[in-house]
Unconditional design. Structure first.
Length: 436
């Protein structure tokens, strides 16, 4: 027998939430089989079986918070389960030859796996027969709550009672067997699910939905960023004519040669790196009373996934070519949407780029991804009339860009100059290739 424990979740993560169980009590599993999915602040992780056996107990249910190292279930030996089943069948077969002894034989078979269980109040024949088909976890829970297993309805096709069946038996049986003092609490707990989706008194319907752990973490960190950083945002606009022209002329050859599309993110990543080299305080962070000015460029790329925004990191982006950047961003974005990112792929970025333009945003103020001190926001490309001189106005594909920065270490003049540098590099791809 072995316990199913919450694995080490990585640095700074001490707990998670059971997202869902992929097995149920009584299932036979093999070493390496995925048993449950655990939701953490950043990614979902799979918990696998460390040995062959049978799921004899599920100790923590989906939606419950669990700590690293905590036991959430038990795997029993498969052979022991088979012997117990054989004993029960043998008792039934023996009882079949003598109808008068059938109830007693069935009751004995039921009580064998749980010798400490008290005798049920219902007639021994019916209660004992039902108990014989209850999982160990269900029997334990029934004993704790004083529930007669003979009154519990099983959803299993063969009539086996699981822990979930005991949980769903209702508050009435629990209140009847529980001490008088906890009864009001049990009644309140039973009433909560019904009240959760109840319509308010004004008669308008609402839906109450539990926030995921990731959404709670996102909310907490965004509020923390606004409360701890002196955050300001400066804006500029970029004429995207030159980049659009390069993409139009080179996209087919680029795709054919590198097997990846030429997008905007590689241009912006290179432009940001060129600007960070010119203004290194945007690539720093505050550590107590000191500044950590980083001499490497791990660029975070914000990706919208089903469970919320995540920011996987392109490592050493200054050393990567355009196709390498595009390939890494595509791979990380695919993992984010499939919920298969690893923790190392989400940790340690030095600066972040977020693209609200893919959703149609014309202008926004991005929030810092702390402890970073800078984040660049891209927006929708839109044709706008641009005055070239006093007499000439032309329509150009323009994009607003926004830089949010921590004013505690970055002055306004440096932030504005950084954004101007990004603009200049994007509008002059030759300079981008030389400096980025």
């Amino acid at each position: 027998m072995s316990e199913i424990k919450v694995p080490d979740l990585g640095e700074s993560i001490s707990e998670g939430t059971i997202y869902k169980w992929l097995v149920k009590e009584g299932d036979t599993v093999g070493q390496g089989d995925v048993l449950a999915e655990l939701e953490t602040d950043k990614v979902n992780l799979e918990i696998s079986a460390e040995e062959d056996g049978v799921i004899s107990a599920i100790l923590r249910q989906a939606g419950e918070n669990v700590a690293v190292g905590e036991a959430i279930g038990v795997i029993g030996a498969a052979a022991a389960g088979g012997a117990a089943g054989g004993g029960a069948a043998e008792a039934s077969s023996s009882a079949g030859g003598n109808s008068s002894s059938a109830p007693a034989a069935a009751s004995a078979a039921a009580q064998a796996p749980a010798a400490a269980a008290p005798a049920p109040a219902a007639p021994e024949g019916a209660a004992g027969s039902t108990a014989a088909l209850a999982t160990p976890g269900a029997r334990k829970l029934a004993r704790e709550r004083g529930i007669d297993l003979g009154e519990v309805t099983a959803r299993d096709p063969i009539g086996r009672i699981a822990q979930a069946d005991v949980n769903g038996h209702g508050a009435a049986g629990q209140a009847a067997a529980a001490p008088a003092a906890p009864a009001p609490q049990a009644a309140q707990a039973a009433a909560k699910p019904a009240a959760a989706n109840a319509a308010p008194q004004d008669g308008k319907a609402v839906e109450r939905k539990r926030m995921s752990r990731r959404r709670l973490t996102i909310a907490s960190r965004l509020v923390e960023a606004q409360q701890t950083a002196a955050m300001l945002t400066t804006f500029n606009e970029v004429d995207m004519t030159a980049i659009l022209d390069i993409r139009k002329r080179r996209k087919d050859a680029f795709k054919e040669k590198h097997d990846v599309g030429l997008g905007f993110m590689s241009f912006f990543t290179k432009a940001v790196i060129g600007a960070l080299k010119a203004y290194p305080l945007l690539n720093a962070e505050i550590d107590g009373e000191e500044l950590l000015i980083k001499k490497y460029y791990d660029i975070g790329i914000a990706v919208s996934a089903k469970e919320g925004l995540v920011v996987p990191v392109v490592r050493d982006a200054d050393r990567l070519s355009f196709p390498e950047i595009e390939r890494q961003i595509l791979e990380l974005a695919s993992k984010a949407r499939a919920n298969t990112l690893s923790l190392p792929e989400l940790q340690g970025g030095t600066f972040t780029i977020t693209n609200g333009g893919v959703f149609g945003s014309l202008l926004s103020t991005p929030i810092l991804n702390t402890p970073q001190v800078g984040i660049l926001g891209m927006h929708k490309i839109q044709l706008r009339p641009i005055a070239l001189d006093e007499e000439t106005t032309v329509n150009r594909p323009m994009m607003y860009i926004a830089l949010s920065y921590d004013h505690r270490i970055v002055d306004g003049s440096e932030a504005v100059s950084f954004l101007v540098k990004v603009k200049e590099l994007l509008e002059d791809p030759e300079a981008l290739l030389l400096e980025g």
